[in-house]
Design a protein around this ligand. Sequence first.
Ligand code: ADP
Length: 589
Amino acid sequence: MKSQINNETKNLVRGYNLIQRLSTLTEIMLQIDAVEDKSEIYDLIRAETKWLINCEVIAIAILSSLQNSYQIITLSSVADATGLNEIYYSLEEGVVGWVIRNQSSMKCQLDDSPQFSQMLEGRLKDFGIKNILVVPIKSGQHKVGALLFGTIEDEEYTDEDLITAQLYGLQIAVALTNASFVSDAKKRISQIESINEIARILNSTLNIDELLVRTAEAIYKSFNYFDVTIFLLSENKTELILKAHYGNYADFLPKDYKQDINEGIIGWVARHGEYALVNDVSQDPRYKSLEYHTTRSELALPIKLENILVGILNIEEKKLYAFDEMDVIVLQTLCEQIASALKNAKLFEEVKQANKKLKELDTMKSEFLGIVSHDFRSPLSSIILAGKSLLKSEDVQKNEKFKEYLHLIVEQANRLNQLAEDTLSITKIESGQVSLSLKVVNTENLVKEAIAGVRVSNRHKIHYHIEENVSYIKGDPAKLRQVVQNLVSNAVKYSPNGGNVNIEVKEYGSDKVLFSVSDEGIGIKPEHQDKLFLKFSRVDLATSKNIKGTGLGLWICKEIVEAHEGSIWVESEYGKGSTFKFIIKKYED
Ligand code: ADP
């Protein structure tokens, strides 16, 4: 039944004149124009060509992107049976290769064909094909491939067949080119989306191993490749070390698998610093086949950091001709992103190491300072003691020069002593050694001792007031004395014209105690108040230029108060005076 229909069709087509064929061609092309997808175009050619040209075999040859080979797509049942479908041929091979190379048509008896290839036309002959007609298909300057018709009839194809086939080829070329534009555009859009997604992943971690593994996974999943590997170059630059692997061979290679830089396509890429696009690995001597491999195409790209190779991104596919130049561009962009993420991760690692070293140095410095300042204090105390007792002696009292010099010695030794004490406090605080020894403290004694520790001129008057219900508190007496003493010392220091210094201790809420030390001195501008409690922070003002200090006192106060789970702050009016306040917990049992 089927062959009857075919015969009828053939007779019908043979009887057609060119005009009739053109109208059939127009009808077929209207249908082809309406579809966007390549496979739908092929389906239409398969179904409709019989109304146009007498043939048992119809096949289309598609030129590869590198233009050095072509792939046959068979589009009739006899053609399918020849087993030529999806086979690749070199452009040097067969009548089809000749037609594409020369961009001219050929119609001939199969036996006489000048470029007869056993592998191609030989297969047609096996199926009884006697005559063939091959026309190039191209759209403008863009070569698409060729269209092949074959018939079992003895009669050669006519000139009318030739013209019809050429016109048909022209139209198919346009349709296929449009379809590949559409599918290319779709593919590129999805690739750009994938790149953005991968860029997001690359920026999300600074851990090199995790970064590479997640990138390989994302490339594998979003590009739908068969196998994705990322290698890094070894330190001695002789091996490539597998760092990330996603895909069908992932179970076959161990993590940290090493490949000699002289082996395989990836070795070649590492040595040359250029990408390798291999669309048929069996034809490439660089290819190193592993037992389980079914790879047919491979694309390996260098990952370079400041033009120096650091690794390889390698993609493998089971299809021949799986990659084109556009894939190279897309994956190169990705390699650049991988490189810059690696750079960030490496920098981060370096900074981490440097920080670790700095911390070690800092600890050493603190320990050293602790030892030195501690050892300073005993000789200084002896100097101060000796100086003070000498000052009391009659001989010195009589001699103004002696008195002046001894005052200087005691004063400077006191300053040195304060400095040594501050330094010791810092080193203790920094090394986390501030441990409180909590005791019941008599507040009045604490305040008195603090005042006694400060050298007060007779221009200043110091008053204190302690509320009854806070006569006793719980805290570290030595440290709290140090805080109050610092604040009183500052109150005196920063009120150079003298005035009252008031110390108050009172209840604050139900469970806290408030200490406040106020003066009538130079005051502090609001914009300076926040920074006072930072280490080495001093307000640079004309009014306090001649007042000596280190900027450590308030920082130490803050650390001690906070160790008591309290807080410290200042209230001040510039030019009028300041009140430093701190609260600590009452520590009631
Ligand atoms: P130092 O007094 O050694 O500079 P401090 O940490 O005790 O260090 O004080 C930090 C800065 O705070 C001082 O340099 C000064 O500018 C300011 N300051 C501290 N106390 C007062 C105060 N009572 N009145 C005005 N300014 C003060």
